[in-house]
Design a protein around this ligand. Structure first.
Ligand code: ATP
Ligand code: MG
Length: 432
C-alpha cells in the first residue's frame, strides 16, 4: 500500500519542534498578561463573506489564496486566512465593544493557498493582537512596542521596524489617482502582474517583489505627499512616541500591507536572518473595519506575527549566540532524571520510584529496553537528563537507589545513595 502524505504546505510539528513552540508560547502568554491583553479563540471556519467584506475582494488573500468550499448546508465557508476579521466579528457578535476598550490577542493556525517555500506554508500559525476602541497616536506606538518588546524578550536580534502612514480613505483616494496617472505613463515598463493591479488595486503595486517594477517605483510619487496635514501630524506623533520609547524606526513610503482595511499607521518588523520572507510581524490601524463588518464606528489597531518565521529567526539567533536567550528557548530540555535498572526486582522498584517522583513534580524517564547497563547509560546521556537514578541487584537488596550526575552543572550530591522508599527526600535532592 502506498503511504499517504500530508497536503503540500501543511507541515507536521514534531516533538522537538513542538517543545520550542511551547517555550515561545509561554513567553507570549506571560507578556500578554503584563500588557493586560486577554486571549480570544475564534473558530477556524467562518462564512466566506466575512473575509470578502473584511479583507477586500481585490487583495491576493481573498482573490487567490483562500481555502473556500460549500458545506453540506449550501453555505460558502472559508478556513480563516488571518485573525483580524474573525476577532472583530466575535467582538461584535458577543457585544464586547459595548463593554469598552478591548485589548485582545489570539494564536493559532491560518490557511492560505500560497506557493510553499521556506517561511511560507499553506497552514501557518500566527500570534496576533487586536486593540478595539483605541484611537490615539500613543496607542499606535504602544501596540508596536508590544510586538517589539516581545521579540526582544524572546532574544530575537537583527530586527528592523518599518513604518508608513496610509492616511485617511480620502488621502488614499487622492494618492491612488496620482499614482495611477504616474504609472499609466510608464505602464510599458511594468510587469504583467503590476499591469493587472493597475486596474484592480494599484496601491498593491508598491510592494511588488518584481525587480524591474521596484526600480521604477523608486521615483514614484509617495503616499506621504498626499497626506492631509492632520494625517501628517498624526504620523509625526506616532514617530515621536516611538522615539520616546527608544524604538528605532525606518520610515518606508512603499509599505502598504496586503489587506485593504489598513489606514494611517502601517508597520512591519523584518529580520535580517530570513532572506526572501523577511517579514516576521506586520500590522496597522484599521479604523474602518468594524463598521464595514456591521458595527459602530470604532477605531482599532493590531498586528500579527508568523510563528514559523519567528522560529526560523530564533534558531538563527541561537546559532549566533549559543549562550543567549534564543538559544535557551530552542534548546531541547531533557528530563530531570533517567532511571536505569536491571533485573526483575529492580524493574518493579523502578516503576514505583518513577511514579512516586512524578507525583512529586519531577520529570522522570524510565528505561524500557531492559538492555545492558552500558547501553542504558548511553540512552540516559542522550535523553539530556540531569541525573541517572540507578537500580541494580545490589541497590535493590539494600533498598537504595544510586544518584549519578550526568551534567557538569548539576553539582555534587551530598550523598550518592538514598533509600528508594524515601521519595520526599529523593525529590528534594533532585531539586523539587
Ligand atoms: P507576506 O508579504 O510575507 O506574504 P503578508 O503581508 O501576507 O506577508 P500578513 O497577512 O501581514 O502577511 O501576516 C502577518 C505575518 O504572518 C507575516 O509577517 C508572516 O510572518 C506571517 N505569514 C503570512 N503568510 C504566511 C505564510 N503563508 N506562511 C508563513 N507565515 C506567513
Ligand atoms: Mg502574503
Amino acid at each position: 500500500m502506498t503511504q499517504l502524505q500530508s497536503l503540500r504546505g501543511m507541515v507536521d510539528l514534531l516533538p522537538e519542534q513542538t517543545r520550542r513552540w511551547q517555550a515561545v508560547e509561554a513567553v507570549v502568554r506571560a507578556q500578554m498578561q503584563r500588557w493586560c491583553c486577554e486571549e480570544i479563540r475564534t473558530p477556524l471556519l467562518e462564512v466566506t463573506e466575512l473575509f470578502a467584506r473584511g479583507i477586500g475582494e481585490g487583495t491576493d488573500v481573498v482573490g487567490k489564496e483562500m481555502y473556500s468550499f460549500i458545506d453540506r448546508g449550501d453555505r460558502s465557508c472559508t478556513l480563516r486566512p488571518e485573525g483580524t476579521a474573525s476577532v472583530v466579528r466575535a467582538a461584535l457578535q458577543n457585544g464586547l465593544l459595548a463593554q469598552g476598550v478591548q485589548r485582545l490577542w489570539y494564536g493559532g493556525p491560518m490557511f492560505r493557498y500560497e506557493r510553499p517555500q521556506a517561511g511560507r506554508q499553506r497552514q501557518f500559525h500566527q500570534i496576533g493582537v487586536e486593540w478595539l476602541g483605541v484611537s490615539t497616536a500613543a496607542s499606535d506606538a504602544e501596540v508596536i512596542a508590544l510586538a517589539w518588546d516581545l521579540l526582544a524578550e524572546l532574544g530575537v536580534t537583527g530586527l528592523a521596524l518599518e513604518v508608513n502612514s496610509l492616511g485617511t480613505p480620502e488621502d488614499r483616494k487622492l494618492y491612488r489617482s496620482r499614482l495611477v496617472a504616474w504609472l499609466e505613463e510608464r505602464s510599458h515598463a511594468l510587469d504583467s502582474d503590476a499591469q493587472q493591479r493597475l486596474q484592480t488595486n494599484p496601491l498593491r503595486i508598491l510592494d511588488s517583489k518584481h525587480p524591474q517594477t521596484r526600480a521604477l517605483l523608486q521615483d514614484a510619487p509617495t503616499l506621504e505627499q498626499s497626506l492631509a496635514p492632520s494625517s501628517r501630524a498624526r504620523f509625526d506623533a506616532v514617530l515621536e512616541a516611538l522615539q520616546d520609547l527608544a524604538i528605532p524606526v525606518q520610515p518606508n513610503p512603499h509599505l502598504v500591507r496586503g489587506l485593504d482595511y489598513y489606514g494611517h499607521t502601517a508597520f512591519e518588523i523584518t529580520s535580517n536572518q530570513l532572506g526572501a520572507q523577511a517579514t516576521v510581524c506586520g500590522g496597522g490601524r484599521y479604523d474602518g473595519l468594524v463598521q464595514q463588518l456591521g458595527g459602530p464606528p470604532t477605531p482599532a489597531i493590531g498586528w500579527a506575527l508568523g510563528m514559523e518565521r519567528l522560529l526560523l529567526v530564533l534558531e538563527a539567533a541561537a546559532q549566533v549566540d549559543p549562550a543567549g536567550r534564543a538559544a535557551q528557548l530552542v534548546r531541547v530540555q531533557g528530563p530531570v532524571a533517567y532511571v536505569v535498572h536491571r533485573g526483575e526486582a529492580a524493574a518493579r522498584q523502578a516503576l514505583l520510584l518513577c511514579r512516586g517522583l512524578r507525583q512529586r513534580g519531577v520529570a522522570v524517564e524510565q528505561d524500557a529496553s531492559g538492555s545492558a547497563f552500558a547501553k542504558q547509560f548511553k540512552r540516559a546521556d542522550r535523553s539530556g537528563a540531569d541525573w541517572a537514578l540507578v537500580l541494580g541487584d545490589a541497590e535493590v537488596e539494600r533498598g537504595v537507589v544510586k544518584l549519578k550526575p550526568l551534567q557538569a552543572d548539576v553539582g555534587e550530591m551530598a550523598q550518592e545513595e538514598l533509600p528508594v522508599a524515601d521519595l520526599d527526600r529523593l525529590a528534594l535532592c533532585l531539586g523539587h
